[in-house]
Write a protein that binds this ligand. Structure first.
Ligand code: SF4
Length: 112
């Protein structure tokens, strides 16, 4: 019998797998960040600097930018940037053959 005994499992990268869609997000530890701005130079698609030089991060990391995101995390001189993986919070992407989604006027939709 397994010693783990929990309902969740970890994937090959140590990420939690709950059976749902996963997404990666960049997280800045502002207590460690020294506003070097290197991360924004390496990943301008997802990180920009505020007026004081601190990084602002845009949403989830698309799969096509994961390598660059990991590179930015590794390059942070203060180890203030990290990549976390968790359950996706937004709606699942529509299949290519599905009709265009109906506008929701900014309100999130939920499947019931
Ligand atoms: S590279 Fe690191 S220390 Fe520099 S701005 Fe980005 S998160 Fe902050």
């Amino acid at each position: 019998m397994s010693q783990r005994g929990s309902g969740s499992q970890r994937g090959p990268g140590g990420q939690q797998e709950s059976g749902g869609r996963q997404e990666s997000v960049l997280i800045v530890d502002f207590t460690a960040c020294d506003a070097h701005g290197l991360c924004a130079e390496l990943l301008p698609e997802l990180i920009w600097l505020d007026e004081w030089g601190y990084p602002m991060v845009r949403g989830a990391v698309p799969p096509g930018l994961l390598t660059e995101a990991r590179r930015a995390v590794a390059a942070c001189p203060m180890m203030a940037l990290r990549l976390a993986t968790g359950p996706a919070s937004g709606p699942a992407p529509a299949p290519a053959s599905a009709p265009a989604p109906t506008p929701t006027h900014g309100r999130p939709t939920r499947n019931r």
